[in-house]
Design a protein around this ligand. Structure first.
Ligand SMILES: Nc1nc2c(c(=O)[nH]1)N=C([C@H](O)[C@H](O)COP(=O)(O)OP(=O)(O)OP(=O)(O)O)CN2
Ligand SMILES: [Zn+2]
Length: 148
């Protein structure tokens, strides 16, 4: 069982849901400055995704926990991150599969899906751990999340 304390983000919504998950993936950071990270290697990533909203769906869910896992796990588990379109541009540092960019991409992917739901849940935080000693927290700009 995964048990961990995460940083929290303040928000005005009635419900907050968190989903923990793992995925195994390989990557390299295509930058001469990246040192050993420029070499192909792998991690078991750990992600915690925070979803908020005011309304539940017809199942009484803010969003089904399993959907959040499916969006991330089905796409990235046992894959080469650099092989995904989101991370394939080796000339744009915003597209390198760093922890920062992967966390932001997960949030954006999930939000794209949530935008199609009638109860309009929002992804307000992705905590992404790459190694036992390194993690990133991504939060979309407040205007983007709360501004409708
Ligand atoms: N800001 C970032 N820095 C680094 C990233 C990153 O994504 N964003 N990535 C790496 C490497 O991919 C590496 O796999 C992880 O680095 P690091 O935490 O240094 O790994 P260690 O397990 O060796 O850490 P120790 O605490 O020294 O054991 C590097 N930097
Ligand atoms: Zn790495």
């Amino acid at each position: 069982m995964i048990q961990q304390i995460y940083p929290s983000t303040p928000h005005p919504f009635r419900y907050e849901l968190n989903k923990d998950m793992h995925f195994a993936a390989a990557h390299y950071v295509p930058s001469e400055q990246a040192g050993d990270c420029a070499k192909l290697h792998g991690h078991t990533y750990f992600a915690n995704v925070t979803i908020v909203g005011n309304e539940l769906d017809e199942s009484g869910f803010l969003v089904n926990f399993s959907l959040i896992k499916k969006l991330v796990h089905d796409r990235f588990d046992h894959s080469l991150l650099n092989g995904h379109a989101e991370f394939a541009d080796e000339h744009n540092p915003e597209r390198y599969p760093t922890t920062e960019n992967v966390a932001r991409t997960l949030c954006e992917m999930i939000q794209d899906h949530l935008n199609g739901m009638a109860n309009k849940p929002r992804c307000v935080q992705v905590f992404l751990r790459e190694t036992p000693t390194s993690y990133v927290v991504y939060r979309p700009a407040a205007g983007g999340v709360y501004g409708g």
